[in-house]
Design a binder for this molecule. Structure first.
Ligand SMILES: CC(C)(COP(=O)(O)OP(=O)(O)OC[C@H]1O[C@@H](n2cnc3c(N)ncnc32)[C@H](O)[C@@H]1OP(=O)(O)O)[C@@H](O)C(=O)NCCC(=O)NCCS
Length: 164
């Protein structure tokens, strides 16, 4: 079945939330849709028919301060995920992110990848992403848990691709 990648609409969000989702996934959809509503990001969803098969957020600026200082105008792919994997969904989401960012005249697009994720990194490098050359960034994110939020601080490699 044909793969479609589109920004999340209000109807998409309703459709997603009407499913039996684990709470952190429902919270992710809500949070990313709200960011899109606030003009800070685009929340891209991949679909096969009515089945959601992937997601990615494109931030309008890097979430990492050192990257913002050097590349104030870069777009950034965040929380890329394909389900199932290895069927071209990640590649399609990245292509859609790049084409939207280029259309909006962002000169470059970046992303952070954990050193423990060589498969994802290989994909990014094959698609033309290169190390930005100024060391690792620290990805700070919160994992909601029954016994209280857990804050993660993961060092990541930062890769960037010129869109010009
Ligand atoms: C990383 C991730 C988003 C990539 O998405 P994906 O849909 O699996 O990626 P693709 O299918 O486009 O490409 C992955 C590989 O599968 C191969 N592939 C693509 N279509 C294929 C197919 N039909 N059959 C077999 N292999 C295929 C690609 O050539 C690529 O090969 P490579 O490993 O040599 O680079 C996905 O694996 C994922 O969700 N991982 C878990 C979350 C994660 O790590 N996110 C990234 C955080 S930085």
């Amino acid at each position: 079945m044909e793969l479609r990648v589109e920004p999340c609409s209000e109807l998409d969000l309703e459709r997603l939330l009407s499913q039996d989702l684990v709470p952190h996934v429902a919270a992710h959809h809500r949070e990313r849709f709200a960011l899109q509503g606030a003009g800070a990001a685009t929340y891209l969803l991949a679909w096969r028919g009515h089945q959601n098969v992937g997601r990615a957020t494109i931030y309008n600026e890097s979430k990492y301060r050192p990257v913002r200082v050097t590349y104030p105008a870069t777009a950034e792919i965040n929380a890329l995920e394909a389900y199932p994997q290895r069927q071209g969904i990640g590649t399609a989401l990245i292509a859609a992110a790049e084409s939207r960012a280029a259309h909006r005249r962002f000169p470059s697009i970046g992303l952070a990848v954990e050193p423990s994720n060589p498969d994802a990194r290989r994909l990014y490098e094959r698609l033309g992403y290169v190390l930005w050359g100024r060391g690792r960034v620290v990805d700070e994110w919160v994992e909601p848990r029954d016994d209280g939020d857990l804050v993660h601080r993961d060092p990541c490699d930062y890769l960037i691709k010129s869109l010009s």
